[in-house]
Design a protein. Structure first.
Ligand SMILES: *[C@@H]1O[C@H](CO)[C@@H](O)[C@H](O)[C@H]1NC(C)=O
Ligand SMILES: *[C@@H]1O[C@H](CO)[C@@H](O)[C@H](O)[C@H]1NC(C)=O
Ligand SMILES: [Zn+2]
Length: 384
C-alpha cells in the first residue's frame, strides 16, 4: 500500500488507502496521477488467510466509489466539487458531484441520479462513467466543453447507498432502502414510490414486505427527503432531471402515475426521439420511448413525476440494458458499450438546454399553467 510521506491526519490516512484501491482497481485512471506520489513508500498487503482476504474485499466495497469522489474533489477542483446533502438511514453520507466549469454567471443545471434501486448496478457504473468521460474529453470534444462551460451537472452516483451496499454484501437482488418501521419485520421502502406525487396510488404497495412498498408517508426515507429538499431549493435553474434504472432499454418521461399527456409533450417527445436515435447509432441497440405509464407500467410516487411536478421541464428515466436476458446481472463486458451509448443519449438531451428554451417547452410559463389548470382541473389537489 502506498502511504503519503507524513500522514498527519485521519483524512490523509483514508486518502492513502483510497489511493491504493484506486491504483489497483481502476488502472484506466492511472495516467492522471503520474508522478503525483513519487518518493512514497510502497507497502504490499498480501492476505494470508481467507478471513484477511474477505476483510480486504469488504474495505474495498465500502471505499471504492467514495474514494474516487474524494480523489476527484482534490485533483480536479477546476471542474468538480463534491458535497454531501445529508445522511442515509444507516448514516452514510449522501454525496453529490457538481460538475462544470465554475462561473459567476447564471448557469442552468442538470440533475442526474443513479442507483435509486439497489440491484440495478449498471446505474452507478454509468454515473461514474459519465463523470470520467466528461473529464477526459473536456479538452478534446467541443460538445463536452460546451456542456461543461454552460451547464452544471449535479450527479448523485449512488442514491440508495444503504441498499446498494446491502446488495453487494448480502442480497444481490435487493431493491429497496434499508429503513425499519416499528413493529414490522420487513425492512426497506421503494425509494421510487416514496415521492409526494399521487403517493401510494396505483403501481405502489402499502405492504411493507412488498418490493414496491411506498413507505409510511411521502419522503419518509431520508435519502428521498434530502434529494427532494435539494431539488426544491434549486428548481429554478435545474432544467433537466435524469434518473438511471435498469433494465428494459427504455427512455421514459412523465407521467408514470396516469395515462395523460404532459403540457410540453412536443418538446419532451422530440428530445426523447433524438436521444434514442443517437443511442442506437453507437451499437445499434434499440430503445423504446414514451410516457412511462403506457411504455412501462403505471406507478405512483416516482421521482420523475415529482421532478416534473416541481417545475423541471425535462424529466426522464432511463431503463438501461438489457431486455431481460441477463437482467440485473449485466456482465462486465457489456458495461462499457452500455455506458458509451447512454453517454451519447445524455449528451444529446442536455445539448437542448444550451439553446434558448422555446416558450412552449417551458414548464413554468403562465400560458402553460393556464392550459394545465384547464385540462387537469381534476387533479389540482394532487399536483399542487
Ligand atoms: C471538496 O474540496 C473542497 C475544497 O478543497 C473542500 O472544502 C470540501 O470539503 C471537499 N468536499 C468533501 C466532501 O470532502
Ligand atoms: C441528437 O441526435 C440526433 C439524432 O441522431 C442528431 O440528428 C442530432 O444532431 C443530435 N444532436 C446533438 C446536439 O448531438
Ligand atoms: Zn429501478
Amino acid at each position: 500500500m502506498k502511504l503519503l510521506g507524513k500522514p498527519s491526519s485521519q483524512t490523509t490516512a483514508l486518502l492513502s488507502v483510497c489511493w491504493f484501491f484506486l491504483k489497483i482497481l481502476q488502472p484506466v485512471h492511472s495516467y492522471l496521477y503520474d508522478n503525483r506520489y513519487s518518493g512514497d513508500k510502497v507497502i504490499r498487503l498480501t492476505p494470508k488467510t481467507e478471513e484477511e482476504a474477505y476483510a480486504l474485499k469488504k474495505i474495498y466495497h465500502n471505499l471504492q466509489i467514495q474514494c474516487w469522489m474524494h480523489h476527484l474533489n482534490k485533483t480536479r477542483s477546476d471542474l468538480i466539487q463534491m458535497f454531501s446533502i445529508g445522511k442515509s438511514y444507516e448514516g452514510r453520507a449522501l454525496f453529490i458531484l457538481k460538475l462544470g466549469r465554475k462561473s459567476q454567471a447564471y448557469k442552468r443545471a442538470v440533475w442526474m441520479d443513479c442507483g435509486i434501486h439497489a440491484r440495478e448496478w449498471i446505474g452507478p457504473a454509468f454515473c461514474q462513467w459519465f463523470v470520467r468521460e466528461a473529464l477526459l474529453t473536456y479538452r478534446s470534444d467541443p460538445a463536452m466543453r460546451k456542456l461543461l462551460n454552460h451547464l452544471y451537472f449535479y450527479i448523485m452516483p449512488v442514491f440508495n447507498v444503504d441498499g446498494y451496499h446491502f446488495s453487494w454484501t448480502h442480497d444481490r437482488f435487493w431493491r429497496k432502502t434499508r429503513s425499519r418501521s416499528p413493529g414490522i419485520h420487513c425492512r426497506g421502502v421503494d425509494a421510487n414510490r416514496n415521492w409526494k406525487v399521487k403517493w401510494c396510488g396505483e403501481g405502489a404497495s402499502g405492504h411493507p414486505c412488498d418490493d414496491t412498498y411506498c413507505g409510511p408517508f411521502p419522503e419518509s426515507e431520508p435519502e428521498v427527503k434530502a434529494v427532494a429538499k435539494f431539488l426544491r431549493k434549486h428548481r429554478k435553474h435545474i432544467k433537466a432531471y435524469l434518473s438511471f434504472h435498469a433494465y428494459a432499454q427504455m427512455l421514459l418521461y412523465p407521467y408514470s402515475y396516469k395515462h395523460a399527456t404532459i403540457p410540453n409533450f412536443g418538446c419532451v417527445e422530440s428530445a426523447a426521439h433524438k436521444a434514442v436515435k443517437a443511442l442506437r447509432s453507437v451499437h445499434g441497440v434499440r430503445y423504446k420511448y414514451g410516457p412511462a405509464s403506457s411504455t412501462l407500467y403505471v406507478s405512483s410516487g416516482s421521482s420523475m413525476d415529482w421532478a416534473y411536478k416541481t417545475g423541471i421541464p425535462y424529466a426522464f428515466a432511463f431503463e438501461l440494458r438489457d431486455t431481460g436476458h441477463f437482467g440485473f446481472l449485466l456482465p462486465e463486458m457489456l458495461i462499457r458499450p452500455t455506458c458509451t451509448e447512454t453517454m451519447l443519449a445524455v449528451k444529446n438531451i442536455t445539448m437542448h438546454l444550451l439553446k434558448k428554451c422555446p416558450k412552449e417547452c417551458r414548464r413554468d410559463n403562465s400560458a402553460t399553467k393556464q392550459n394545465w389548470a384547464k385540462s387537469h382541473i381534476a387533479e389540482v389537489e394532487i399536483m399542487f
